[in-house]
Design a protein around this ligand. Sequence first.
Ligand SMILES: Cc1cc2nc3c(=O)[nH]c(=O)nc-3n(C[C@H](O)[C@H](O)[C@H](O)COP(=O)(O)OP(=O)(O)OC[C@H]3O[C@@H](n4cnc5c(N)ncnc54)[C@H](O)[C@@H]3O)c2cc1C
Length: 624
Amino acid sequence: MQTYFAGDYDTAVIGGGHAGCEAALASSRLGCKTIIFTINLDSIANLPCNPSIGGTAKGHLVREIDALGGEMGKAADKIFIQSRMLNKGKGPAVYSLRIQADRRAYQRVMKQTLECQENLDIKQGEIIDLTQKDGLWNITTHTGAVFSANTVIIATGTFLRGKIILGEVSYSGGPDGLFAANSLSESLKKLNIELLRFKTGTPARVHKRSIDFTKMQQQEGDSDIVPFSFENDDIGENKAVCYLTYTNEKTHTIIRNNLHRSPLYSGMVEGIGPRYCPSIEDKIVRFADKERHQLFIEPMGLDTDEMYVQGLSSSLPEDVQVDMLHSIKGMENAKMMRSAYAIEYDCIEPTQLKHTLEFKNLDGLYGAGQFNGTSGYEEAAAQGLIAGINAARKVKGLEGITLARDEAYLGVLIDDLVTKGTKEPYRMLTARAEFRLLLRQDNADRRLTPLGYEIGLISKERYDRYLAKLDRVDREIKRLKKKVIPPRIINPYLEERGMPPLLNSGLHLSDLLKRPQISYEDMAVIDDERPNLSRFEREQVEIFIKYEGYINKQCDQAARIERAEKTIIPENIEYEKIFGLRIEAKQKLAKFRPNTIGQASRISGVSPADLGVLLVFLQTEKNQ
Ligand SMILES: Cc1cc2nc3c(=O)[nH]c(=O)nc-3n(C[C@H](O)[C@H](O)[C@H](O)COP(=O)(O)OP(=O)(O)OC[C@H]3O[C@@H](n4cnc5c(N)ncnc54)[C@H](O)[C@@H]3O)c2cc1C
């Protein structure tokens, strides 16, 4: 193939998915000449699986992306068709916003945002080769164009050697009928990058007209809609509903009778799938005693009749899929518009990356998104943002930014990936965060917006608005802690609510608010001096006062661990020479080469005793 030089850039982003979009926007917004490649311009920011953004722990990531200056939250607020705050019955650490997204509208908004972005070029083309020469990266497209760049971010999602599998049928392909990227993997292997083979799956899409919704439960959105972006307040109304139905014994029998034709059980699928997003076949086998499994019928958008069957992800043969659908209440006459399928793809072993998402042994090369072994739009976008920021800072000769586990879910996500690696597509869960009461979605701005401003992604105007909000919240907390309501007012108030009156003393408003049955709104009737706070501010005041004790306790825990985190391990340390370290620990430490004692403590196979030996060794070295 004849090649030609097509241009040089500071940063090149391979991939126009959720990771690629955030990476390209961050890099160009930080002043770097950036180019983004995608196999098909019309698939930029595609939602190839569930048409939703957010959910448990994923909603936290979207808020963190927004607080740092990323785009996903703003785009989601513009195109949502239904919004719900999940886990409201539990504590604020797990409150999680989830929206039903209009798939095509989300793509349109993101593509337009990229097109309007200065310093950013967008190119349709498949990257088939990536080489490094004299400190510069050379990127070749399938049409022979060669681009050079100082830094490159690989965010190829589920496309690398993509293979579609359904029943006995398999063929090379990306999601939604797009081409797979079949050449780049070889090029990465030549760079000694270790690749893994993962798989994920998606359910069928069914025509709305063919569904009998009268046999299902309707699911409404919240009446009081909360935005993802801290920049927004009133983002409008719900425009669609979802429906709940269930599988049944007939469905389960159809699946059991055809497990021999399932690629998962016939050995046709090589790739490792996500434990937390199992296919229906897996659910029937793993939870054989369960009589039924929930299915949510979700609209794909306002200008389409495609309905997404959430919970019925599968790679069973099409004829079995049709029988399966027709066995479900309300789906007896369902018309399948797109079949369910599984996709296998190449991704990397993420322990090859630093916490900046730069490859440990390849200067200026970064990985982001599904390519790093994760699954999910939100996980991808979060990594894309960090990779984009750090690639730009590399170009400018600035240090890369990393986030700690007590600062952000983003910090937990990246630390888990690069320190522990992953054996299956990694999905974010609140249970993965040991400091989840500190990492709530409501305080993402408090944790990350100052950093966003410092690195240049958050504007001065926005930062001033953030500081003003902080000031209002902190002053209100102080006011509630000072303000005492006299017995003549508080006692009738308490009795009206079935609570015993206080004998002689008044009550601080903060102590009243600490009572689980009292909300900040409830106190308005006895608190005539209260300031006019926004919903975000009221929520922060209430959560901080109600959970102050727990929050402070977690802060202490985090401070203790941070001290271990600060104990640096020299890059050239020779573990095999350290007397007292167990062989397994020597091997694991030499393989993962952690930067700190904290990271070492999270490597499986490194015991507390090994850490003790290491700490003594480092202390001795220091004293010499
Ligand atoms: C079938 C299926 C089922 C899924 N199921 C789930 C699920 O159940 N739960 C969940 O959380 N997530 C699921 N996902 C995953 C979700 O789609 C991804 O996590 C998310 O899209 C990853 O974003 P990304 O930016 O890393 O990659 P993608 O969104 O896949 O984007 C990759 C981009 O890279 C481009 N590209 C790839 N190779 C090249 C190349 N060589 N040259 C130029 N451009 C290239 C593509 O054109 C595309 O623009 C599923 C995805 C699929 C396809």
